[in-house]
Design a protein around this ligand. Structure first.
Ligand SMILES: Cc1cc2nc3c(=O)[nH]c(=O)nc-3n(C[C@H](O)[C@H](O)[C@H](O)COP(=O)(O)OP(=O)(O)OC[C@H]3O[C@@H](n4cnc5c(N)ncnc54)[C@H](O)[C@@H]3O)c2cc1C
Ligand code: FES
Length: 367
């Protein structure tokens, strides 16, 4: 009896596996979707592509780069485009990322839409400007024990046009059995230095791209990146600004602050930077020097776990606790935050409690 149940279960398992393999085979070999037309922005651009790939990669293969911070895994929701015809049904991976308004406006995750027939779609106009760049790594510099700065010289195309605060996608190739991926990194250099791109990268344990950057990428090596992407940028309202960051969240703010210096933008501005102890701080000298060049700018590093007996003279504690000491009434301020979700969520709550209106809070979450 037990033997026959075992045989039946085994038979079912083998049949299920066989059917699954058959489906994959059919998808790859038998279902030849042939050439499909992608009509983008009401005929502004028309592409003929081979069906079978995702919309995201079909566009990228034709030099139209849609942001994709998770590398197409369906977990960042950065790759949204409008699909009016030919996109098929919304899949279970997409559902959690699409609001009722998104669905009403035909928004889809382009990494989850398969090209199986002609598609009519719309993308933001500025994405036609994003390009793929070939560059050379000029230097890889340690900023802290777990953060490096990369300076990349652009070779082809040889210059980039971007707004301080935007990000690029760095490509890490296949290595040590790990897949080739693309990951988002905010540009830390200034737009005027348009033949180079600098990024600041924090090591994520076991992370595919960061392990490649820290352990395999060498100076003078060829690198590929695409961009620019993103809407994180300083407004031109001249409202006083409060910047908040931790770790590699420094990157876009370092770009914005250096651009403010170039433009002589002397708006009132505070920069709260969070670290556990002094080992987490970098660009400290440069940021205090900026206080002299921009007289309305103040840098406030805040340490959460600095040894009580150390020589540290600065602030101790988390940003939300320190902030009211410097900004008792935050109502007139605009806030710019960058870093981990936990830091951003805690700071956004504190900013709201101190009177900053929600539309005046801008942030880029790194994970
Ligand atoms: C708009 C945007 C801008 C970004 N800018 C920067 C930047 O300037 N500098 C920078 O260092 N990073 C930045 N990031 C994060 C970056 O894109 C990668 O997610 C990060 O470097 C990890 O990539 P990985 O391939 O090494 O790790 P993965 O292989 O993708 O992840 C490995 C594991 O680590 C977890 N994980 C992923 N990212 C993080 C993280 N940041 N912290 C902790 N755990 C994580 C994952 O859940 C997974 O379990 C940005 C992200 C976005 C969306
Ligand atoms: S690329 Fe991240 S969700 Fe599509």
């Amino acid at each position: 009896m037990i033997l026959s149940i075992g045989l039946a279960v085994g038979f079912l398992a083998v049949m299920t596996l066989f059917l699954a393999l058959l489906l994959v085979f059919a998808e790859r070999r038998i279902l030849n979707y042939g050439p499909c037309t992608l009509d983008i922005n009401d005929g502004k651009k028309t592409l003929v592509v081979n069906g079978g790939s995702t919309l995201l990669s079909s566009l990228a293969n034709n030099d139209i780069f849609i942001p994709s911070a998770c590398g197409g895994r369906g977990s960042c929701a950065y790759c949204k485009v409008q699909v009016f015809e030919g996109g098929g049904m919304i899949g279970p991976v997409e559902e959690p990322y699409l609001s009722p308004e998104d669905i009403k406006e035909n928004v889809r995750l382009s990494c989850q839409v398969k090209v199986r027939q002609d598609i009519k779609l719309a993308i933001p106009e500025e994405l036609f400007l994003a390009k793929r760049f070939r560059g050379k790594l000029l230097h890889k510099r340690n900023l802290t024990y777990d953060i490096v700065e990369l300076r990349i010289a652009l070779i082809e195309p040889e210059s980039i046009e971007f707004v301080a605060g935007q990000y690029i996608q760095l490509e890490s190739p296949e290595y040590a059995g790990r897949d080739a991926v693309m990951r988002a990194y905010s540009i830390s250099s200034v737009p005027s230095d348009d033949r180079h791109v600098e990024v600041i990268i924090r090591k994520v344990p076991e992370g595919i791209c960061t392990t490649w950057v820290f352990e395999h990428l060498k100076e003078n090596q060829e690198v590929f990146l695409s961009g620019p992407f993103g809407e994180f940028q300083l407004t031109d309202t001249k409202a006083p600004a409060v910047f908040l960051a931790g770790g590699s969240g420094m990157a876009p703010i370092w770009s914005i602050l250096r651009e403010m210096r170039e433009r002589g933008d002397n708006r009132k501005a505070f920069y709260f930077f969070s670290g556990r102890n002094q080992d987490d701080l970098f660009f400290t000298k440069e940021l205090f020097a900026l206080e002299k060049e921009l007289p309305n700018f103040k840098y406030v590093p805040c340490l959460t776990r600095e040894d009580a007996n150390s020589n540290w003279q600065g602030e101790r504690g988390r940003i939300p606790a320190v902030l009211p000491k410097y900004i008792p009434d935050a109502k007139p301020f605009e806030a710019y935050l960058c870093g981990s979700s936990s830091l951003i969520d805690a700071c956004v709550d504190a900013l709201r409690q101190h009177g900053i209106q929600e539309p005046n809070i801008y942030y880029d979450k790194f994970e």
